[in-house]
Design a binder for this molecule. Sequence first.
Ligand code: FES
Length: 82
Amino acid sequence: MEITVDGEPVPGVEGQTVAGVLLAAGRKSWRTTRSGAPRGVFCGIGACFDCLLTVNGVPDVRACRRRAADGDEIRTQSRADA
Ligand code: FES
């Protein structure tokens, strides 16, 4: 299974969440706040919304709640995108 993150291929394992794929690839953050502070997984259970990213053109998807699917196109987000 493989997804792309800002156009870069990232391998994953069937059943992983998007956050799981990103963390396994060594990425700890994929969003920035208005101040530019990095954000990634905080709660890991869908409660804090820190892990938001864009999946296949849909913004504000929680990476910890979305199961990754082969071919998913992930875009990182910044507050300026909202
Ligand atoms: S890490 Fe908190 S909602 Fe995803």
